[in-house]
Design a protein around this ligand. Structure first.
Ligand code: BDR
Ligand code: CA
Length: 318
């Protein structure tokens, strides 16, 4: 199985991503690092432990990371994810496992001491930027970096052009993309960008939710409980019946790259002005800079849900 550290800000869709990562045989989650994003970092860590408890995997360590973006004031997304980050279900944590400190040291130590470790980033890139700043040599041992964030042609969700993870800490996202473009230690490596172009296609509808409950009533109920708030938000904001679940697609793509298609391009992130946080993708090569990212633009939606049903909910592929 491919070893991975999940860097996340749980978050409703982060919770679903974590369930998927823990269930797919192709993936071995060796640790979870939490960053401030949807909710403050302590709340996110508690939610990561909550999901580990549901999945009977409290053996996996959870590390608390950065509590604020590199330069800008912190703006959470509790309007989308609820005050507790899990759709205001206000679960009580039963596990006695406590989150540990600190995420950046854990990331660097693990990358140094273990071979072939990848990172899936499901929140703002603050922990990753800090890790690169502190020890790029160690960070460059990362096998693959998959990032849920940004958008190429799709509109943003925090501004007309910016997606939340990159918008929340644009300086961190810009720093990481720039490092993959200019730093010799990272040369040849690319960030796999799972942006809104592909994640917007992953809509959890009431029908799918019912089917999930039919497949596995216990986990299905939990998913229903955490997504209820998300359903309401999508109906009010976008007029969609159902909710877009972004983060699990990054996990599914990591397990099976065939699920999304795209192209390589030089990509940068805007750090000021009205397009703050926008991912700028030089698809036509106008800047003549070598590619630092693989931009995913199409997705096999049916295969995504099949993966989810067959792993998290124990369905049979036949
Ligand atoms: C991203 O922002 C967060 O609210 C979600 O968890 C996801 O990672 C989507 O823009
Ligand atoms: Ca997230």
């Amino acid at each position: 199985a491919k070893k991975v550290i999940l860097d996340c800000d749980p978050g409703i869709d982060d919770a679903l991503a974590l369930m998927l990562a823990l269930s797919l045989p192709e993936i071995e989650v060796i640790g979870i690092t939490v960053v401030c994003g949807n909710v403050p970092v302590e709340t996110g860590a508690k939610n990561a432990l909550q999901v580990l408890q549901w999945m009977n995997r409290t053996d996996i360590p959870v590390y608390i990371g950065e509590a604020k973006p590199l330069k800008r004031p912190y703006v959470d997304a509790m309007d989308t994810h609820g005050r507790d980050g899990l759709g205001e279900s206000f679960f009580t944590l039963e596990t006695t496992q406590k989150p540990r400190t600190d995420a950046v040291s854990y990331l660097l130590d693990t990358l140094k001491s273990e071979e072939d470790v990848s990172v899936i980033a499901l929140g703002p890139m603050t922990n990753l930027a800090r890790a690169i700043q502190r020890d790029i040599q160690a960070f460059s041992r990362v096998k693959e970096l998959v990032s849920m964030g940004g958008s190429y042609k799709s509109h943003g969700n925090c501004s007309p052009v910016a997606e939340y993870n990159y918008w929340c800490d644009p300086d961190a996202a810009a720093y990481v993309y720039d490092a993959f473009s200019t730093r010799p230690e990272l040369s040849g490596k690319k960030i796999h960008m799972i942006g809104l172009d592909v994640t917007r296609k992953i809509v959890l509808t009431p029908n799918i939710l019912e089917y999930m409950k039919y497949l596995q009533p216990d986990i299905g109920e939990k998913i229903k409980s955490i997504t209820r708030f998300y359903f309401d938000f999508h109906w009010k904001q976008e007029g969609i019946i159902g909710c877009v679940i972004n983060d699990p697609l990054a996990v599914a793509y990591f397990a099976n790259h065939d699920i999304c298609q795209g192209f390589d391009a030089f990509t940068a992130v805007e750090t000021e002005g009205i397009s703050l946080g926008q991912s700028v993708v030089d698809a036509c090569g106008i800047w003549k800079r070598s590619a630092n990212a693989t931009i995913l633009t199409s997705v096999n939606v049916k295969e995504f849900f099949l993966m989810f049903f067959c792993s998290v909910l124990g369905a049979d592929r036949e």
